[in-house]
Design a protein around this ligand. Structure first.
Ligand SMILES: [Zn+2]
Length: 66
């Protein structure tokens, strides 16, 4: 099994269907948590709000001013 992917998103709500293959699942809508991220409960993909991505801002996720 492959490790879950991390997806960077620009909105605070995302739709996930798991993509192609064994991780696919019915489309669900997820709202990012206050720390700027959410893990899909179906396929384990992690969605990270782009402004919360440390590579972009130098912040750690705990410092995101949400
Ligand atoms: Zn998913």
């Amino acid at each position: 099994m492959q490790p879950p992917e991390t997806m960077t998103v620009s909105t605070t709500s995302v739709a996930c269907d798991g993509g192609e293959g064994p991780l696919g699942h019915p489309r669900v809508y997820l709202t990012l948590a206050r720390n700027g991220r959410i893990d899909c409960p179906y396929c384990g993909r992690r969605y990270v709000w782009q402004a919360a991505a440390p590579a972009r801002t130098g912040w750690t996720l705990d410092q995101v001013p949400v």
